[in-house]
Design a protein around this ligand. Structure first.
Ligand SMILES: Nc1nc2c(c(=O)[nH]1)N[C@H]1C(S)=C(S)[C@@H](COP(=O)(O)O)O[C@H]1N2
Ligand SMILES: [Mo]
Length: 298
């Protein structure tokens, strides 16, 4: 059976979010306006993919490796209540309730391109808060150089974890300056509504200038550390997937070109489009990597 996300969203939740549905739709019609009413310099004016595409073409190996598996099987994920442990080099370590980390009143709409390392892409209207706002709640200590993230590990809720394709839980990480960058958000919604399970409910990372695998879903822990953390894809195949994973049309994957991409939903006649350095966010993030050899730190 195929559950649409609206089938698994409780009515109370839906009612709570009605204001955002209206605001979300309005801001899509006028993409320059975010939910807060402030101009959203961060959003692209490209046409977002349909909700149908965004919620039925997913990578979420905890529910299977097929693109439609997450839509079909993620109904078993229990997203309420949800809390995130923040620990390591922080002033206030502890367990933080989702509502406190990303209160509805703080949600902003960010329409971002998502470029998967598999060379397809989409445009997704996220709702979320800057990751920096979350890290500041815990108080980052001066010695913190990296942020490590982990997804929930529970094979009863995530049947894909019964297969050892990945050393579960899924892990990701960012350098602290990448984590604090204003483009980096933690999303709790999309298209003005609560995040569908297949997209990483109830809270997932979104780092738009990096390959999609960095944007880890259904996060339960965030650890501030002074050492570069191990990350799932790098652990699995370090010659193919690096820690940085910045979108880079000049550095090919060993098994395919990264120079171009297929925009999901564009239609058969559309053809491939050129992949942009840093997924088109270079003006905002290139300075984070000045002096670094991006072929070496891929
Ligand atoms: N926990 C977890 N996070 C994950 C993945 C995953 O398999 N498990 N897949 C990643 C990959 S490869 C991509 S391209 C994006 C896809 O996000 P979307 O399905 O919301 O478009 O999620 C990323 N986050
Ligand atoms: Mo991906």
């Amino acid at each position: 059976m195929k559950l649409k996300w609206s089938d698994v969203t409780p009515r109370s939740e839906y009612l709570n979010r009605r204001a955002f549905i209206a605001a979300g739709m309005a801001s899509l019609a006028t993409p320059a306006l975010g939910l807060t009413g402030a101009p959203s310099a961060f959003s692209t004016d490209e046409k977002p993919n349909s909700l149908e595409d965004i919620t039925n073409y997913n990578n979420f190996y905890e529910f299977g490796t097929g693109k439609t598996d997450p839509a079909e099987y993620s109904g078993s994920l229990k997203t309420k209540p949800w809390s995130v442990t923040i620990d390591g080099l922080v002033a206030r370590p502890g367990s933080y309730a989702l509502e406190d980390l990303a209160p509805d009143s703080a949600l902003e709409e960010r329409i971002y391109r998502l470029r998967c390392v598999e060379a397809w892409s989409m445009v997704i209207p996220w709702l979320g808060v800057p990751l920096a706002s979350i890290l500041n709640k815990a108080g980052v200590q001066p010695g913190a150089k990296y942020v490590a993230f982990r997804t929930l590990e529970d094979p009863d809720q995530m049947p894909g974890q019964r297969s050892a394709i990945i050393d579960w839980p899924y892990r990701e990480g960012l350098r602290i300056d990448e984590a604090m960058h204003p483009l980096t958000i933690m999303a709790t919604g999309l298209y003005g509504e609560v995040l569908p399970n297949q997209n990483g409910a109830p809270i997932r990372l979104v780092v738009p200038w990096k390959y999609g695998f960095k944007s880890i879903k259904s996060i339960v822990s965030i650890t501030l550390t002074d050492k570069q953390p191990e990350t799932s894809w790098q652990m699995l195949q370090p010659s193919e997937y690096g820690f940085y994973a910045n979108v880079n049309p000049q550095v090919d994957h060993p098994r395919w070109s990264q120079a171009s991409e297929r925009r999901v939903g564009a239609g058969l006649l559309a053809g491939r489009q050129e992949t942009l350095m840093f997924n088109g966010y270079g003006d905002q993030v290139a300075n984070l990597y000045s002096g670094m050899d991006l072929a070496k730190y891929y």
